[in-house]
Design a protein around this ligand. Structure first.
Ligand SMILES: *Cc1c(COP(=O)(O)O)cnc(C)c1O
Length: 401
């Protein structure tokens, strides 16, 4: 995206990161979105409607589960899981799409579009498209269509059009670029439901606000059950929406340690990982100023991860800020370690987690072992792994046939 329209108020910034670096043609739409959202945020009817769908459609509040068997197996801190995998459609993405479709409706839009990596955001968008009778188009990289065919079929069954993207690495970054292009062409009747805490202002703020229900609920549930707060909280980071939503519940609790886990891929060489916080430098991607994996000429370097949802060469600007300020510690976990953790959680706890979430589990395992038995570690179980079983079986040849 260009830097033509750099007119924003300071609200769109997280420290030095964020902002609105979008092409001229999107400027009015972004301002309209910002103005509408600011009004709706305080509107009683909007809040009531959002609450209604959270409770009666998504199934919130999602449970907080004590993972008794993982706690025993790892032999350290007590492990708690925030069960976003139990939301309707199987991940945290629906928290955001329900909110954004209500904004779209209020702006009089009749068409919604989205990008998707693993397909979870595409499914969550197709779902609200069906609910609110909106024409729905989802952009998905060809490589991700291969890895996540089931989700593409789910979207089509709910009436969405799925458009394959073959440019670049045919993954999430390329799908996002295509969705931005579509939006620029059709902005009069179309709302772009950005799926993570990325993009030009006000998207990172809107997505974070809708996802912060994860952290708000978790804090309340944990306190009610234990009479105190967890010692540490872990979440996986692609663009960073489930993590920022979870962290928001605990940001002001300075004693609660926060950890974000990115995808380490299969090496530290450029092009083989998605560890933006570790290897990225300040740059611009999809309309925001943030950390970006880039070469010495500022060209975006393709990302890689075994999990399509973490396969993104940027990170939400608020995470770049959390990293810089030191409030959140970031780490990364590689493909093979994530696969091991995926299977361990399946066998030990009877839960098939998303491959994205498996990265958080692998990191949490080492962290738990370094903590005392009376301490508590909370993991954001961002989604279920039904979408990943075919790909995991393929990667672990023969083990499941
Ligand atoms: C999309 C997705 C992610 C990564 O996206 P964030 O915006 O970083 O949360 C993680 N887990 C699951 C289950 C997902 O579907």
């Amino acid at each position: 995206m260009g830097k033509e329209s750099n007119h924003f108020d300071k609200e769109g910034y997280f420290g030095e990161f964020g902002g609105r670096y979008a092409p001229e043609i999107l400027h009015d739409a972004l301002v309209e979105l910002e103005t509408t959202y600011k009004k709706l945020k305080k509107n009683k009817q909007f809040k009531k409607e959002l609450e209604y769908y959270r409770k009666n459609y998504i199934g919130r509040p999602s449970p907080l589960t004590f993972a008794e068997r993982l706690t025993k197996a790892w032999g350290g801190a007590k492990i708690w899981l925030k069960r976003e995998d139990l939301n309707h459609t199987g991940a945290h993405k629906i928290n955001n799409t329900i909110g954004q479709v209500l904004i779209a409706k209020s702006m009089g839009k009749t068409r919604i579009i989205a990008e998707t990596g693993a397909g979870q955001h595409g499914v969550a968008t197709a779902t609200v498209g069906a609910m609110f009778r909106m024409e729905t188009v989802v952009y998905m990289g060809d490589e991700d269509l291969r890895r996540q065919e089931l989700n593409a079929i789910r979207m089509r069954m709910m009436g969405a059009k799925v458009v394959g993207v073959s440019s670049g690495t045919a993954t999430l970054k390329d799908a996002t670029s295509e969705a931005m292009r579509d939006w620029a062409l059709n902005v009069s009747n179309t709302h772009y439901i950005v799926g993570s805490s990325i993009g030009p202002h006000p998207f990172p703020t809107i997505v974070r606000d809708f996802q912060s229900v994860i952290g708000t609920e978790s804090r309340k549930q944990f306190k009610k059950e234990n009479g105190r707060l967890p010692n540490a909280v872990v979440a996986c980071v692609g663009g960073g929406s489930n993590a920022v939503g979870m962290f928001y519940g605990f940001l002001k609790d300075k004693k609660v340690k926060l950890y974000g886990v990115e995808a380490g891929g299969y090496s530290s060489e450029p092009g083989t990982h998605s560890a933006t916080i570790q290897f990225g430098r300040t740059g611009f991607l999809h309309g925001t100023k943030t950390l970006v994996i880039q070469d010495e000429f500022g060209q975006i370097v393709p990302a890689h991860s075994v999990s399509a949802g973490l396969d993104y060469p940027g990170v939400g600007p608020e995470h770049a800020h959390f990293h810089k300020s030191g409030r959140v510690t970031y780490a990364n976990v590689g493909d093979e370690d994530a696969l091991d953790a995926f299977l361990e959680v399946c066998r030990v706890e009877g839960i098939i987690p998303a491959l994205e979430t498996a990265h958080a589990f692998r990191f949490a395992k080492d962290l738990a072992k370094s903590m005392g038995k009376k301490e508590n570690l909370l993991i954001c179980l961002s989604g279920r792994g039904d979408k990943d079983v075919a790909e995991v079986a393929r990667l672990r040849k023969g083990e499941f046939s």
